[in-house]
Design a protein around this ligand. Structure first.
Ligand SMILES: *Cc1c(COP(=O)(O)O)cnc(C)c1O
Length: 429
């Protein structure tokens, strides 16, 4: 067993001063039991905790670390930007470079506004869709996470067409009454919602490849169907690519699946590890934003020079290298290794993968949506998680989170991971 004494001491102090000891709930390890470790440093595909334990990292700060941790190009960009001042609150050249870069990599984006988190990007995109269409209702899907803005913290009601319910205390029901929550991968539910709300739906917001309830993929034709039904109802299709953007391809999930959304939300990879979000889309829609148009949106630190420099370095590095081919190869190796390990151990596992995102559900049935995901064996996952952690492999501390590969992972890392999985699954038996 690894010693985690220093982490335990830090957590005890953290619990006294920070609610739950953490600044974002999943970090508390509630879904797997035990306590989080505290990170001392990270480099490439590895992190070291304050007790000196080393882990191969498959969380990658929940997606941003696609080039591995402390990538030299990003560190250099951050250092040189910081030397010139940390924030100006008036335009800086990095903002222009970043906007041009995003528009060139993601053709559906003609104009883009930077903000500071994924939550801000989806919240603002929803407001913009409502302002542009002059309609109130939004369709979202059960199991898709779009950050913690009030109107998006909604879970499905009892019937498919009923209003969603707040998914958090402190969100008035009135704030969610315009959010229609539907099951993912079921076209008929969307058709029925449009029929029941003629001329009232501003848009559909979706994670094109949902990665916040584990990972599952859109069925063939599903995204095309959503594109078409939004268009024929004069509603906007909003792709929340906070997780998939610049990860599933240079141009995100929309490039991979060949779909053109009206608006796209970004975060995670786009900041190179700093707090950044962005949303963009067709110019006629984006021009409804203040100061040009009536939809208000703002941010004191938006377009921050250090954050822009880090994000630009990450996107340029990704665009200049064969990163996506490498990520695909690593993903394939991990997928075949884990599938073999699971069948050798006789444990039912659904291994879902899209490029460098993956999830192993402990379930005997295919997972296409949240209801399927909920059938997985969470007790088994807990033991698997801790087994892997004690072998030096850090997976997301919940059955309902995706894993992430980076270009810093190697074939050898994957082989060692698969060996550890074999051992841990055999012990689970
Ligand atoms: C992480 C995430 C968000 C929220 O981003 P934050 O930066 O955590 O606010 C929104 N949408 C998706 C799809 C995400 O994965």
């Amino acid at each position: 067993m690894m010693s985690r004494t220093k982490s335990e001491q830090l957590f005890a102090t953290a619990l006294r001063y920070i609610p739950g000891g953490v600044n974002s709930p999943v970090r508390a390890f509630l879904a797997v039991g035990g306590q989080p470790f505290f990170v001392d440093k990270a480099k490439g595909a590895r992190i070291w905790d304050v007790d000196g334990n080393e882990y191969v990292d498959y969380v990658g700060t929940w997606g941003p670390a696609i080039l591995g941790h402390a990538h030299p190009r990003i560190i250099k960009a951050v250092q040189s930007a910081a030397a010139n001042g940390t924030s100006f609150g008036i335009p800086n050249p990095f903002e222009v470079t970043m906007a041009r870069l995003i528009c060139s990599l993601v053709p559906s984006v003609q104009k883009v506004r930077m903000c500071n988190s994924g939550t801000e990007s989806t919240m603002s995109a929803i407001r913009l869709a409502r302002g542009f269409t002059k309609r109130d209702k939004i369709i979202k899907f059960d199991g898709c996470y779009h950050g913690h803005a009030d109107s998006l913290l909604v879970k499905a009601g009892s019937g498919a067409l009923s209003f969603g319910h707040p998914d958090s205390a402190g969100v008035p029901a009135a704030f969610t009454e315009h959010t229609i929550v539907l099951p993912f991968n079921e076209p008929a539910a969307v058709t029925a919602a449009f029929k029941a709300n003629p001329g009232r739906i501003a848009g559909i917001i979706i994670e094109p490849v949902p990665g916040n309830a584990g990972l599952y993929l859109p069925k063939p034709g599903y995204l095309e169907f959503l594109r078409e039904i939004a268009k024929s109802n004069d509603a906007l299709l909003i792709f929340d690519e906070v997780m998939t953007g610049f990860r599933l391809a240079r141009g995100g999930a929309q490039e991979r699946f060949g779909i053109t959304p009206d608006l796209t939300c970004f975060g995670k990879v786009i900041g190179g590890g700093l707090p950044v979000g962005a949303f963009g889309g067709r110019a006629e829609i984006m021009d409804c934003l203040a100061p040009l148009g009536p939809v208000y949106q703002a941010g004191t630190l938006s377009g921050n020079p250090i954050a822009m420099a880090a994000g630009i370095a990450a996107l340029e590095e990704l665009a200049a290298t064969d990163a996506y081919a490498k990520l695909e190869q690593l993903g394939q190796a991990l997928e075949s290794g884990l599938k073999h390990a699971a069948s050798a151990a006789g444990i039912p596992v659904q291994f879902n993968r899209c490029g460098s995102m993956f999830c192993a559900y402990f379930s005997g049935e295919p997972v296409h949506n949240l209801a399927d995901a909920m059938k997985s064996d969470r007790e088994r996952f807990k033991r698997y998680f801790h087994g892997m952690l004690n072998q030096g492999f850090y997976l997301a501390p919940s059955q309902f989170e995706a894993g992430f590969l980076s270009t810093a992972h190697t074939e050898t890392d994957i082989e060692k991971t698969v060996q550890a999985v074999r051992k841990v699954l055999r012990q689970l038996g």
